[in-house]
Design a protein around this ligand. Structure first.
Ligand code: GAL
Length: 448
């Protein structure tokens, strides 16, 4: 009897705990991770094609995305999976060199344009909304050869590409994501661990940060001026946001600086009222640069005009979240590790984890659901009541157990924290995206 009553109470509680009407659920993929067909038709080479072919040892199982899930050929099956899951939307990305084989907007690939057009049409026919990312890391190699994201002209090349895509699909796509995770592109991309495989932490990475923000803003302004009046779509970018906890109370101040370099460096210019770099971080890097004998700060300044261009270039705030890490100062002679994965050299910080947090198949990724709520509250506190669209969240495991209870638990517990953030902290979350629709090429971890 008691069990029945407790069960009934739990049921009532569970029944009351629901996401509000209109809250959208979906799932995501990215072009390089699923499409394969890396050289089909007239597709250009991307930096990921070049990276995996020239540096196979950089991928843990020496695999690559040449075939991946073969979604270039099997996309109808992907759509069937989405239908079976009953999602509201599907987030996928467009491969820049598949649409623009030269990287530039001088020539649009008919096959590339048709591929994404067919996918979008088939989704809409089934009542699944396409959420389209313009850049999920597969830069045309031709542009990399000209400096890639460190070349200031790239913001115009990106806007040219965006115009081609808006012209092709703007009538059917209402939610756009310009750039996926600039911090991975710019910071991990310049540690040598992922494409383009260059090592220029704290210099190339900051040039990239500035230019990728400008690229996003130019694409946003283009849409705002020329497409939004007609199509009424929404545009933003999505940032990777880990949550950070001080290892001990003494690390509290340092942890704020870690949030500034990791979260706010990409958010403050766009979502804050003042715009520009987070002031405390800007001061820190300027001072450190001076101490190192640099003639100017390694963090390139924005002009006033650039601040205005970038500030407010959003219709929602995209957020990808997986994990929480602890923060401590590196000891004497201790190396701070790779950006974001193990530490922050700029700040002399080492990242760790509490022993009770379960580990996953990704070395940087520990399970701590409460961190999600804390992160969401932080974002609200920093940037106000902006509509937050969670564009990635999920668990990596070895894929050996199809009855994957840890994944079920992960989603249950992380979603509960999202709900708590909404109900208790008044955070305005509008949608949730599970990463991923299917097992795929997980960058430097290959298919492991
Ligand atoms: C994100 C990335 C995805 C996926 C995910 C899982 O950083 O955007 O492409 O790989 O991590 O690790």
């Amino acid at each position: 009897m008691k069990a029945v009553i407790i069960g009934a109470v739990l049921c009532v509680a569970a029944a009351e705990r629901r996401f509000p009407d209109g809250f959208k659920f979906g799932t995501a993929t990215a072009s390089y991770q699923i499409e394969g067909a890396w050289n089909a038709s007239d597709k250009g080479e991307s930096i990921w094609d070049r990276f995996v072919h020239s540096r196979p040892e950089a991928i843990s199982d020496r695999s690559n995305g040449d075939v991946a899930c073969d979604s270039y050929n099997n996309w109808r099956e992907d759509i069937q999976l989405l239908e079976d899951l009953n999602v509201d939307f599907y987030r996928f990305s467009i491969s820049w060199p598949r649409v623009l084989p030269t990287g530039f907007a001088n020539r649009v690939s008919e096959d590339g344009a048709r591929y994404y057009g067919d996918l979008i049409d088939a989704l809409l026919e089934r009542g699944i909304e396409p959420v389209v990312t313009l850049y999920h890391w597969d830069l045309p190699q031709t542009l990399q050869d000209l400096g890639g994201w460190t070349n200031p002209l790239i913001s115009d090349w990106f806007a040219d590409y965006a115009r081609v895509v808006f012209d092709l699909y703007g009538d059917r796509v209402k939610t756009w994501v310009t750039i996926n995770e600039p911090t991975v592109v710019c910071d991990i991309g310049y540690t040598g661990h992922i494409a383009p495989g260059l090592e220029s932490e704290g210099r190339g990475s900051y040039l990239c940060t500035k230019h990728i923000l400008l690229a996003h803003a130019k694409a946003y302004r283009l849409y705002e001026a020329e497409y939004k009046p007609q199509y009424q779509g929404q545009v933003s970018l999505t940032n990777q946001m880990m949550w950070f906890e001080p290892e001990t109370e003494e690390d509290a101040e340092l942890t704020e600086l870690v949030k500034a370099i990791s979260i706010d460096r990409y958010c403050h210019p766009i979502f804050s009222a003042a715009g520009g770099w987070p002031p405390a971080l800007e001061r820190y890097i300027a001072q450190k640069s001076a101490e190192e004998g640099e003639p100017r700060s390694r963090l390139p300044p924005f002009t006033q005009e650039e601040i205005e261009l970038v500030r407010g270039s959003y219709d929602y705030l995209g957020l990808n979240h997986y994990t929480t890490r602890t923060v401590r100062r590196a000891g004497a002679g201790e190396e701070a590790g790779t950006f974001l994965f193990d530490g922050f050299q700029e700040l002399g910080v080492v990242l760790g984890a509490r022993p009770e947090w379960p580990t996953t198949m990704s070395h940087w990724f520990m399970v701590h659901p409460e961190g999600f709520r804390a992160l969401l509250s932080y974002v609200k506190q920093q940037y106000g009541d902006v509509a937050i669209f969670i564009l990635e969240n999920g668990l990596s495991d070895a894929g050996t157990d199809l009855d994957d209870q840890p994944r079920v638990d992960y989603y249950t517990n992380y979603l509960e924290q999202v709900l708590l953030a909404m109900e208790q902290d008044g955070v305005n979350v509008v949608g949730y995206t599970a990463w991923s629709l299917m097992d795929n090429f997980e960058w430097m971890d290959g298919y492991q």
